[in-house]
Design a protein around this ligand. Structure first.
Ligand code: ZN
Length: 382
């Protein structure tokens, strides 16, 4: 079995390489917009339009007219057409025409690893050298990179790379197909986790993990006021915009790190992880809960847990979201319907008189419910 993994590196292009990257991003955008216009016209006239494959055949003649298209990585242009085709599929599904790409938004291009062999030697158009900290990309040749300090080599096949410009910095995200060898799954530990707002996670080992990422609103408001004071098109305005972009990026990165730290720990320490199958969208409709959830990384945590469990031969079990995990006493199984009220954080079981912390009790119930589900699965398999 093979799995696809993405690795993101910061890139340090020379001035010349930087110019070429910007040019390629520009050309990819031009091709996207040019053929989008073409597609819309065609669609209005005859009710259908050319496929990306047929459009790609037109690139050589277009390049005769626009010579600068020849200077950039031709894969980037073809991938632009595939992006366009995908966007147009959504249009067929009922949303409006795809939008034209504007400069400064989603500055990126994609290139594929083209393999070839000549006289018994094999060549790749994309090469990653972690020892010398370089990546070789079509037309750009060797670019300096940073990231994954502890790895000397990443085994597997490079499929493609996306070159991105974000807030004046350059990144490359490399997609690698890695072989996956699975030993038999023999679980030795299980954990239930209750996902929430104030405490992001409460586990059935009574660990509480808080959401540590908070937006520095004061600073953001200050920066935005500053931006409003700067004249349009001025250098100061550009600088101020960059500052705001960097601030958002910093929060985004901190969030990513937090999610990876939490999920890595859970995956490393447990063989089976049980969560509720939460419907985050409908939770957002519930006002009391919605307050903290806009910024909540819950659905991202579940998404990451899913793929990390898969990679590491662990199991993520999701139980029915309507299972009343908060209401059931995990000692005597009595169901206390009064606990529906979300403001009750602590309660005493009227039957066995155990004092409960709402979320800890819920996480223990979630763990047992997951264990039941797992055992059922095994019985059915036997
Ligand atoms: Zn009880």
């Amino acid at each position: 079995m093979q799995i696809l993994k993405g690795y993101v590196f910061r890139m340090y292009p020379t001035e010349e390489q930087e110019q070429l990257i910007n040019k390629t991003i520009g050309c990819a955008r031009f091709v996207y917009n040019y053929f989008l216009d073409d597609k819309i016209k065609e669609y209005k006239e005859i009710g259908k339009s050319k496929s990306a494959y047929d459009q790609a055949k037109l690139i050589p003649s277009l390049s005769k007219e626009k010579e600068w298209l020849k200077e950039v990585d031709s894969q980037s242009l073809r991938n632009s057409l595939l992006d366009l085709e995908r966007a147009f599929k959504n249009f067929y599904n009922g949303s409006g025409y795809p939008k034209f790409k504007a400069k400064g938004v989603h500055e990126r291009y994609k290139t594929n690893n083209i393999k070839s062999s000549y006289k018994g030697n094999h060549y790749n158009s994309i090469k990653l050298d972690l020892k010398n900290k370089t990546i070789t990309l079509p037309k750009l040749k060797e670019v300096k990179i940073r990231g994954y300090r502890n790895k000397e080599v990443i085994p597997g096949d490079i499929k493609s790379a996306v070159i991105k410009k974000e807030a004046g910095r350059y990144y490359v995200s490399v997609l690698i197909e890695e072989p996956l060898i699975r030993p038999p799954f023999i679980p030795r530990s299980i954990i239930g986790i209750d996902l929430g707002i104030k405490d992001l996670i409460v586990t059935s080992y009574n660990e509480k993990i808080e959401n540590t990422i908070k937006l520095n609103n004061k600073r953001l408001i200050g920066l935005q006021r500053g931006l409003a004071r700067c004249k349009g098109g001025s250098k100061n305005r550009y600088k101020m915009k960059l500052k705001i972009q960097r601030m958002y990026q910093k929060i985004k990165n901190a969030r990513k790190h937090m999610i990876h730290d939490i999920t890595n720990k859970l995956i490393k320490e447990n063989d089976i992880i049980v969560t509720e199958n939460l419907d985050v969208k409908s939770m957002q409709k519930n006002h009391y809960i919605a307050k903290g959830l806009n910024e909540s990384p819950i659905s991202e945590i579940i998404r990451v847990l899913k793929y990390k469990a898969n990679w590491n031969n662990k199991k993520l079990i999701q139980i029915n979201r309507y299972y009343p995990s908060s209401q059931i006493c995990n000692i005597c199984n009595y169901q206390n319907k009064e606990i529906k009220d979300l403001s009750i954080r602590k309660w005493e079981c009227p039957v066995c008189h155990t004092n409960h912390d709402r979320d800890f009790n819920a996480s223990v119930n979630i763990m047992f419910e997951g264990l039941k589900k797992y055992m059922k699965g095994i019985e059915q398999a036997i």
